[in-house]
Structure formats: C-alpha cells, structure tokens
Design a protein around this ligand. Structure first.
Ligand SMILES: Nc1ncnc2c1ncn2[C@@H]1O[C@H](COP(=O)(O)OP(=O)(O)OP(=O)(O)O)[C@@H](O)[C@H]1O
Length: 504
C-alpha cells in the first residue's frame, strides 16, 4: 500500500478552543478517505492545514515521502494538493473562466482556458459555460467551477469539504463517478461529509474526529451509518417527531407571483401560488437554480412584487421592505450563511441584532440596546448548541455547521408567524440537523406556518406536511407528503406539472 500523505501529531489551538489535538493518520495513494466528525470537531481546520491555510502549532506532514509544510495554498497546489471549499471563494463579477484563471500560476489565454474548461466539464459530466458570470450561477453551478478549477491542476490529493450538500441526487451520482474515476487514476480524495450513507457508498477509509482528537479509524463500508454517527457524537440519534396538531387558518398566501429575474441569468418566478396554514410545514424541493433564491427574496422583501402577491394573515406584504415584514412576523433564513444570512466580520452579537432588533425589542429611539443583543445572542448559542468560545467572536470564525445553527436559531427564537428557510441544515452534522428539524416542527406545533426550501429530499419527506417542486421558476402541484412515492417526486422535480405517474 503506497502512502500519499502522512499526518503526525498535528495540533492547532485558537483562543478558547483546541481545534486539532495530536491528529495522526495516513492517506493511501488512490484512496478515498473520509474525515468524519460533528460540527466543530476540527475537520475544516485539519484540511486547511493540509492546504496551507492554517499553520499548525505542532506536528508534521509527509507527502510522497518528503517533508511537507505548505506556507500558503499556492505551495500546496504546487505540491499537487487541491481543495474544493464548503464556502465558495469565487468573484461574483467575473466569468467562470476568469475565476478559474485567477487560481492558476500561469493562466493560458482566456479563450484557450475556456476550451479546456469545456473539455474537463464534459469529460467529468459537470456541465458549465465558461463565459457565464459567477454571480448569476446557482450554488450547484458554483461548486462545479471550484471542482473544475481543481481538476485542471491535475492534483494528487483532492480535498472536498461537504461537496454534495448543494447537489441533487443525480448530480451526486455524477460527482461520485468523477471521484471514482480520479481514484482509479491514482488521485487520493480526502472527503468531508455529514451524509453517512454517501460516505459508505464512496469511501474506503475513514478517520473520526471528536473535540479535535482522532477517536476512531474505520472502514466505512463495513460499518452502518448509525454506527458511524454514534462514534462521531458519542450518543444515539432519534428521528424528529411532529407535535401532530391540526393545521389552522391560512397564514401565508402567495397569489400569482411572477417576478422577472434579478439578472440576465437568474430565474423568473412564474405564476407561483401557495398557501400555508398555521401549524403546517410546506416543503419545496428542486434542483438549485430553479427559482429558490428568487422565491426567498420575494418573500423576505429583498425584492418587491406586485400588490397582493404576498399576504400574511390577509395583510398585503408585497410592497413592504424586509424590516417591516419581520416586524409583522414574516421571517426568512437564506441559503448562503456567510455574506447573506450573516455578516462574516461582525460578531455573533451584531449578527443577532441584524435580524432580531425589531422583534426582540432591542431598539429604542433609534438606538440599539447592545446588552439586549448580547442576551439574545447568548440565548441562540445556548438553545441551539452553537459551539463557540463566546458571542463576541466574528461569525467567520465559527465552523460552518455551527454558524448554520446560529442563523436558524436566530429566526426560530424570534417567534415568527411565518418562517421561510432555504437549505436549513446545509453542512450541519446528523445530530444537529435533527435538532434543527425538530425546532422547525416545534415551531409549527406552536402555530407558526413554515416553508422549508431544500434540496435534501429525505429532509423534506421527514418534516413536511405538504410538498411541491420548484422547476424553472414554476411551482408544481402541492400534494400531501404522505401520498408521495419516489417515482412521483422524480416526475415533479423534472417539471411534470399536474401529470399522473404513467402506469405501464
Ligand atoms: N479562525 C478561527 N478562529 C477561532 N476559532 C476557530 C477558527 N477556525 C476554527 N475555529 C474553532 O475551531 C473548532 C473547530 O472548527 P472546524 O471548522 O475545524 O470544525 P469542523 O469539524 O470543520 O466543523 P463543521 O462540520 O461545522 O464545518 C471550532 O470550535 C471553531 O469554532
């Protein structure tokens, strides 16, 4: 067995937390190696160390038999280490090809690069137009830019941090085919995911981290998902339970909502109609880029719509700005947690005030009461088990899953009448994901109307009372979740509106 990379005693501390503590393991050449652990276990810190973004306090790395200590990502890339991040590091105003060029030491002419991007994207089944502006791409498409950027470097180690959370099941299959192909060509993959079934299907080795330490090494193909999860978190998992209350009167109504796209490449909303009653969870599924962001923007007030298109308890919200909608009880949590849901350089206290000021009574005479903001931030941290040394830290210092818990907790704890969330458990570990789903169900149990937009079908089936698919900006038929079969969902996601499943 040839070893590509050996980690020996890697340790990294941040103020108040030891993110990696004496971490040692080996990655086989051509191996697909999983890195498992709950939110904040230290996975991202470890891969950032391997990619030259974090300098370890102690410990060494050996790559292809030689001492390896990259001082920056450029050095890591020069040694054949590439990484696809959980948060994309792309410039929105630039095209796909320009973004890829920026990551290269000696970029070829843009036209030649565009041709190479087309080739690689076709070879690996990751369709992408090199001339499109990144700002107009969906999350799934942005990830393809990152993956193709890596593949152009011909890496010997490809690190992937939560690569499938923005992908549809079909896209996941394509990605796995790509990764298997790379592995058979001798490329090693270091793979971080909270989706344990995927790990079992893809990976041939796994290292489990808890509290920054290695707590286990296992062959994931030989373990059940439940065993892996229990090793990660040290406790047993339970499925969320609905309170089982009856749905009440209609709270949120969307009437013939049509909206032109925000940009040339966005998705227009076309005649979207829906109602959500008190105590009910409506699940909206669909492939990224089919109008999810636009629907959220129309509901949050970031985009204004025609009069009467969005009503809350019969009152027209359509022309109200986000703050006024929040004050009325219509709350939203967008998909992109860094930059959209939270401001990266602001503290958690400031971020808590950002959307919580009105409903949590933090404002008086136009001034913000910071001690109330701090109390609210602390409440979110406590109730949603956000792992952080304090509320004073910048949002960007939180691990991805912990920030997600924070932004969802911030909305849930404002006692919304309507809560609309997009991808609520993106990057969240199994235990925390079930806690977030439970919190949404509890909120419904207290009489709120909930809309969950998600690409995670299992999630939608688990928590929604009714389900509809968004396709090309059109919302299909809304059906009770308990009448759904996978076959029917497949048709709905494909945009087969009001169609019966063909019986042959
Ligand atoms: N730049 C930083 N400054 C301060 N603390 C940090 C920083 N980066 C990470 N941490 C802390 O180190 C710990 C490990 O975080 P890390 O991001 O490595 O976890 P993770 O396993 O990747 O989590 P997730 O699954 O949520 O992405 C966390 O407690 C986190 O808050």
């Amino acid at each position: 067995m040839t070893i590509l990379l050996e980690l020996d005693g890697l340790t990294k501390a941040y103020p108040g937390v030891v993110a990696n503590s004496d971490v040692s393991f080996k990655i086989r050449a051509g191996g697909v190696h999983a890195l498992l652990g709950e939110n904040g276990a230290g996975k991202s810190t470890l891969v950032k160390t391997i990619y030259g973004l974090v300098k370890p306090d102690r410990g060494t790395m050996t790559l292809k038999g030689a001492r390896y200590a990259p001082v920056e990502p450029r050095a890591a890339r020069a040694s054949g280490v590439a990484m696809v991040f959980q948060h994309f590091s792309l410039f929105e105003a630039l095209s796909v090809a320009e973004n890829v060029a920026l990551g290269m030491e000696n970029p070829p002419k843009l036209r030649d690069l565009a041709a190479r991007i087309r080739d690689v994207s076709e070879e690996y089944g990751l369709p992408l137009d090199p001339d499109r502006r990144v700002g107009d791409l969906s999350a799934g498409e942005r990830q393809r830019v990152e993956i193709i950027r890596c593949l152009l470097q011909d890496p010997s180690l490809l690190i992937m941090d939560e690569p499938t959370s923005v992908l549809t099941p079909q896209e996941v299959e394509i990605l796995f085919a790509t990764l298997r192909k790379l592995s058979s060509e001798g490329t090693s993959i270091l793979y971080i995911s909270h989706k344990l079934e995927e790990i079992r299907a893809l990976c041939d080795a796994a290292t489990i981290l808890r509290g920054g330490k290695v707590v286990g090494e296992t062959d994931p193909r030989q373990a059940t998902a439940a065993e892996l999860a229990e090793q990660m978190v040290g406790t047993k998992l339970t499925a969320p339970k609905a309170a089982g209350g009856k749905a009440g009167e209609t709270v949120l109504q969307v009437n013939a909502l049509s909206m032109p796209p925000a940009s040339q490449f966005g998705t227009p909303l076309r005649d979207v109609n829906l109602t959500v009653r008190a105590g009910e969870v409506l699940g909206i599924g669909g492939v990224a880029g089919n109008g999810q962001d636009e629907l959220l923007a129309a509901l949050s007030g970031e985009r204004l719509t025609a009069r009467g298109a969005v009503t809350l308890n019969g009152a027209d919200m359509s022309r109200l700005a986000p703050t006024a909608r929040r004050a009325a009880g219509l709350l939203t949590g967008p998909e992109e947690r860094l930059g959209h849901a939270a401001v990266p350089d602001m503290t958690l206290i400031e971020n808590a005030a950002l959307t919580g000021a009105a409903r949590k009574g933090m404002l008086s005479n136009g001034f913000l009461n910071w001690s109330k903001a701090r109390i609210f931030a602390d409440e979110i941290i406590e109730k949603f088990d956000v792992r952080t040394p304090s509320a004073q830290v910048a949002a960007r210092s939180l691990s991805g899953g912990n920030l997600q818990k924070f932004v969802i907790g911030r909305e849930v704890l404002q006692d919304p009448r309507v809560l609309v969330v997009n991808q609520p458990t993106w990057g969240v570990d199994a235990l925390a994901a079930s806690a977030i789903r439970q919190a949404l169900l509890d909120l419904a149990g207290q009489g709120a109307a909930i809309v969950v937009i998600s690409q995670d079908l299992d999630e939608l089936l688990e928590i929604s009372d009714r389900f509809a698919a968004l396709n090309g900006g059109r919302l299909g038929e809304i059906v009770p979740t308990n009448t759904l079969t996978m076959e029917k969902i497949g048709l709905m996601l494909g945009g087969a509106h009001d169609m019966e499943v063909a019986h042959v």
